[in-house]
Write a protein that binds this ligand. Structure first.
Ligand code: HEC
Ligand code: HEC
Ligand code: HEC
Ligand code: HEC
Ligand code: HEC
Length: 482
């Protein structure tokens, strides 16, 4: 007799005879209900904890699949060992010609198909949710908390805080996603066994060439003209005097629809490509630059005084050679405080707050918590001894300043990852410490016919006023006739 119940019993009998199948079946029976319940809770958004999601999608999910694989392997091995002799072609032919039996078999096939489809659908949901979860900024930024904290904190404070990590870090195609999951496993391993570098190393070659990534959202070939820029700073005097630098930045364009490429975004035109050779991994020491025009001609600039024998690696210039810190922006202590004072997080009315906060946050601290406590203690002590009347009457002002200074520190310094004030990640967008643009625009890269990559101060910006009291710029703006 070919009964449904009979089949299940036979199956159970086989499972009990094969250790692999038995282990698989027990694992599955235990794990599957938990998986089902957890996925249900997660899809409802019940628990907002990355470890919970990780537990479901990277542990429970794969273990359930492993259980099924064990089960299948056990069964297949049985089949090889003689089961095939029982369920032969003749056997099925005989069963199917009997109408009563074939009705039963059909029902069995329908039921099995229904349950298997339901199960596959469920697996699809688990796999998809697992994929989305491991792609989320929350997972990337918080799962390996200490390791990613610097990047996550700077990301959240950046103009890209609404862009997901994967939009920049992972090429959006099957190849990119697969590669990312594999490197992700490697990183998980490095985190687990504590073998990662502190700080993490850049440049990340996997991000290059970046034009496709950034140009999903930005089209610099369509930029044009100059941009009026203000830089607000505060002096370390009693009044925390507000100063400003104002300039026109020659943003320019990569050239489009008949417009010639010009200004700062001239570098990334369709009409030419720039290559450079650097002798160090950080790509700071540039000894050769080649400008290749679309018509095949090229201009080569050599660093003067460098022998041809020096080993160098060639790179194609793209967005990241200037925008290497579009998101993970680590500021110097001075600039970090200027931002906080300008935003009102640190009250400028508090005498000498710029000077004192700068002294407090610039010291080296062992960890984030002791930095927090000591910054507060130092500022309180200083105001107690120098402005006793103030710290009593205007306590809230001082408390606000303390919290602003602590933030300036904690948004830029991560002692656990060995990231101290700007020592690790420098921005190339200007020419701080003679890097950035000045890696090439330093007057020492010269072509055979004597052309120099210029460091003329008016090449990239027109400085309208430099470090003047902010009031005078406000007055200047107000005096412009409308
Ligand atoms: C707007 C694009 C963008 C976004 C969004 C972004 N990154 Fe980055 N990330 C970069 C660039 C550019 C670099 C530096 C690349 C270089 O110089 O090689 C970088 C570098 C890193 C590094 C290497 C260490 C370092 O600071 O240089 C890590 C780790 C990192 N990002 C993690 C993240 C995480 C986690 C998120 C989301 C919370 C994220 N990134 C979001 C563009 C982005
Ligand atoms: C998924 C879309 C997206 C991607 C990809 C992206 N950006 Fe952005 N970018 C934005 C948004 C949104 C803003 C904020 C615009 C605003 O605030 O006006 C922004 C702002 C900027 C700014 C202006 C920052 C400022 O201070 O005003 C720069 C520069 C920039 N992005 C460069 C880059 C670079 C370089 C890349 C590639 C590594 C990149 N972006 C990738 C969406 C994106
Ligand atoms: C030669 C250096 C350089 C290259 C290459 C470069 N940029 Fe810029 N870009 C700048 C500078 C300098 C600014 C203005 C400073 C700022 O906004 O911080 C700027 C400004 C921007 C802005 C803000 C524009 C605005 O009006 O506020 C965006 C967006 C941007 N770049 C995107 C890109 C993208 C995308 C690429 C690559 C396709 C790219 N840039 C290549 C130097 C460069
Ligand atoms: C890898 C080398 C390199 C780097 C880095 C670089 N440039 Fe250039 N830049 C060049 C070369 C080469 C030229 C063309 C010089 C010439 O035509 O003689 C150029 C030309 C320019 C021009 C003139 C474009 C025109 O209108 O013809 C501007 C403006 C400019 N760069 C701005 C910048 C800024 C701003 C930065 C930094 C954010 C920067 N460059 C970084 C190589 C570089
Ligand atoms: C190759 C392009 C380029 C050249 C050449 C250049 N600059 Fe700049 N400069 C920049 C860019 C880009 C910035 C950054 C703007 C920003 O912060 O967004 C900048 C910023 C500045 C600032 C404001 C920075 C601050 O934080 O106070 C000053 C001042 C300045 N430049 C002066 C000069 C002087 C003086 C020269 C001539 C020796 C010069 N620059 C040559 C591109 C250039």
């Amino acid at each position: 007799m070919f009964k449904q119940g009979g089949v299940i019993l036979t199956l159970l009998g086989i499972i009990f005879r094969r250790p692999a199948a038995l282990v698989g079946a027990i694992m599955f029976a235990l794990l599957f209900p938990i998986l089902l319940l957890s996925v249900f809770i997660d899809l409802q958004g019940g628990i907002e904890n990355p470890y919970f999601s990780l537990f479901i999608y990277l542990i429970l999910g794969p273990l359930s699949i492993l259980a099924l694989v064990l089960l299948a392997v056990g069964l297949i091995r049985v089949n090889r060992q003689g089961l095939g002799e029982h369920y032969t072609y003749e056997f099925f032919k005989e069963q199917l010609t009997n109408p009563e039996q074939s009705r039963r078999i059909r029902r069995l096939v329908y039921n099995a198909t229904f349950f298997i489809s339901l199960f596959l659908l469920f697996l699809g949901v688990v796999a998809y949710s697992g994929h989305s979860f491991t792609d989320s900024s929350r997972f990337c930024g918080t799962f390996c908390h200490t390791v990613m904290e610097p990047e996550y904190v700077t990301f959240k404070n950046s103009p890209h805080s609404q862009v997901s990590c994967v939009a920049c870090h992972i090429e959006q195609n099957a190849q990119g996603v697969t590669k990312a999951k594999f490197t992700g496993m490697k990183q998980l391993y490095a985190t687990f066994f504590n073998t990662y570098e502190r700080p993490l190393q850049t440049p990340l070659q996997s991000l290059r060439p970046t034009r496709q990534i950034c140009e999903q959202c930005h089209r610099p070939e369509k930029f044009h003209g100059h941009k009026l820029t203000f830089i607000d700073t505060f002096l370390p005097d009693e009044d925390n005097s507000h100063m400003q630098t104002t300039m026109l930045l020659k943003i320019g364009s990569g050239g489009y629809q008949g417009h010639a490429p010009h200004g700062i975004h001239w570098h990334i035109s369709e009409q030419h490509q720039l290559y450079y050779q650097a002798t160090d991994a950080k790509q700071q020491k540039i000894i050769r630059v080649e400008l290749k025009e679309a018509d095949g001609t090229s201009t080569i600039y050599h660093k003067q005084g460098v022998t041809a024998a020096e080993r160098a690696t060639e790179y194609m210039m793209d967005c990241l050679d200037c925008h290497n810190r579009p998101t993970h922006i680590f500021l110097a202590p001075d600039a970090a405080l200027d931002k906080k004072i300008h935003a009102g997080r640190i009250p400028a009315e508090l005498p000498y707050i710029k000077q004192q906060a700068l002294a407090a946050i610039s010291r080296p601290y062992a960890d984030a918590e002791s930095a927090r406590l000591q910054i507060a203690r130092q500022l309180r002590q200083w105001y107690d001894s120098h402005y006793p009347e103030l710290s009593a009457a205007q306590g809230p002002l001082l408390e606000k300043a303390i919290s602003g200074a602590q933030q300036a520190y904690s948004e830029n310094v991560f002692p656990e990852m060995n990231i101290h004030w700007q020592s690790s990640y420098q921005s190339y967008i200007g020419h701080q410490n003679d890097t950035g643009c000045f890696r090439c625009h330093n007057g020492t890269l010269v072509s055979d016919d004597g052309k120099v990559i210029s460091r003329d101060c008016d090449l990239c910006h027109v400085i309208l006023a430099e470090n003047v009291p902010a009031k005078s710029i406000t007055e200047m703006m107000q005096s412009i006739p409308r």
